[in-house]
Design a binder for this molecule. Structure first.
Ligand code: DX5
Ligand code: ZN
Length: 219
């Protein structure tokens, strides 16, 4: 299991210490939530902050764009060091443009991810099963950390796993929102490959919380 702690919940009054603990934990990825105040009613980080994380941490930079103009921001964050750029299927108004943005992200040398909000029909992801590198199932409404996991997400993960296996795609399934050791286990059993966790990691002992999500290594 890949664990991708979301630095949305990092304690910014203690950044140095928290990042040291994160770098020494079993986390392989660092999840970076970009919010523009338009696609979601919250505002977070610009590219200079991502550059600073690239300097301060060797973890794989997993950038989640919750923005109304992913074409603009994909380039901005690719140049700032994003290694995977995930955008929302709801933010692009045609299949043609969605295919084009996936190709554009690949052209930047980054992995391309596609995300769906909890109420979006999962079928919206189907045209891209062979093309995207990652699918991000939102298990809360995007915008804020600390919300409760939506149980209906488990069936969505299982459905996506079935579609990916059926077409021989090795794209990863990532889950984001309300992840802790209990909900994370349910996601892992349903077929998730990557767990994003914000509050659970940064409001507890970082190393222990990450370790409790590394399910396959506990077997
Ligand atoms: C929510 C963000 C998440 C957030 C998760 O819109 O995409 O990445 O940090 O936070 P928790 O783990 O606290 O639900
Ligand atoms: Zn996120």
């Amino acid at each position: 299991m890949i664990v991708s702690p979301s630095v949305l919940s990092l304690d910014y009054s203690d950044t140095k210490q928290q990042l040291e603990e994160l770098n020494q934990s079993g986390a392989q990825w660092l999840h970076f939530d970009v919010m523009d105040g338009a696609f979601v009613p919250n505002l977070t980080f610009g590219p200079d902050i991502l550059k600073a994380f690239c300097k301060a941490s060797p973890l794989f930079k997993d950038v989640h764009l919750m923005v109304a103009d992913p074409f603009f921001f994909a380039e901005v964050f690719a140049k700032a060091g994003a290694e995977c750029i995930t955008f929302h299927v709801e933010a692009v108004d045609s299949e043609e443009k969605t295919h084009a943005l996936i190709q554009t992200i690949h052209g930047f040398g980054a992995k391309a991810g596609l995300s769906a909000k909890p109420k979006t029909d999962l079928a919206a992801l189907r045209p891209y099963l062979q093309e995207a590198d990652l699918f991000l199932i939102m298990s809360v409404e995007p915008g804020f950390g600390g919300q409760s996991f939506m149980e209906g997400s488990i069936a969505r993960i299982a459905q996506l796993r079935e579609w990916l296996d059926a077409c021989g795609s090795d794209a990863l399934i990532e889950v984001d929102g309300g992840i802790n050791a209990t909900t994370g286990r349910l996601c892992a059993d349903a077929g998730a490959d990557v767990l994003v966790a914000g509050s659970y990691v940064f409001k507890n002992n970082i190393k222990e919380a990450v370790a409790s999500l590394c399910f396959d290594e506990q077997l």
